[in-house]
Ligand binder design. Structure first.
Ligand SMILES: [Zn+2]
Length: 222
């Protein structure tokens, strides 16, 4: 059985995390987000989890080598597909990932990058509309509002605006994404492996577009 691997990209506020989650639910493919993997390893008190925890506790970035070991382990799960969210973040991580793919993937497996494309102007508008809950759930006042205003649907907690959402920080994160993320997208584009989705649409429409594109994919992993 061949596997499909979809690597999500998108500027901050593009809703790519939500889309990755929806795709995972629909397809039952395994999501590989380094944050989730870390939390699982830490909860299971594995050697790797303890190591990652040491870095996270003091607020340090977890070294690439630790992340890569986690990703490599994640790829061993039994499934017909994987969804990457938030990794690789830069060209070096991309190269490392390609090395892992070479070892872990079979000839018929397919890898695609998927960009939830949103303009800079739209990102700036959107993030001001973002509200988060302490439980981790993210809302958008226009695209994805909570059922009751100001209250989390899941845990009933009070919603707040995250510090990240301050304009200066948004602009900085956006700049980094354009500078560091786009060369990675260009890499996939060069091989005809980039799926571009219009992210300036309602969440359900974006999801449908993604499902449509995936149906059209051919078995042509190089
Ligand atoms: Zn909540």
């Amino acid at each position: 059985m061949s596997k499909t691997i979809i690597i999500f990209f998108g500027p901050p506020g593009s809703g790519k995390g939500t889309q990755a989650e929806m795709l995972a639910k629909k397809t039952e493919w395994k999501k590989i987000s380094t944050g989730d993997l870390f939390r699982a390893e830490i909860a299971d008190r594995t050697k790797l989890g303890k190591l990652a925890d040491k870095y996270l506790k003091v607020g340090k970035l977890v070294p690439d080598k630790v992340i890569l070991t986690l990703v490599e382990q994640g790829l061993k799960q039994k499934t017909s597909g994987f969804i990457f969210d938030g990794f690789p973040r830069n060209r070096r991580q991309l190269n490392d990932l390609l090395t892992i793919f070479k070892k872990a993937l079979k000839k018929n497996d397919r890898v695609y990058a998927l960009e939830v494309a949103v303009s800079d102007k739209e990102v700036k508008q959107r993030l001001g509309q973002r509200r988060v809950c302490a439980c981790g759930k993210v809302y958008h006042l226009v695209y994805n509002p909570p059922i009751n205003q100001g209250v989390c649907d899941i845990c009933g907690g009070k919603l707040f605006t995250r510090n990240d959402d301050k304009v200066k920080v948004i602009i900085y994160r956006l700049k980094i994404y354009r500078k560091v993320g786009e060369p990675i997208l260009n890499y996939w584009q060069k091989f005809g492996k980039l799926i571009k989705i219009n992210g300036e649409q309602p969440i359900s429409k974006i999801h449908n577009d993604i499902m449509e594109k995936l149906k059209q994919l051919k078995h042509d992993y190089h």
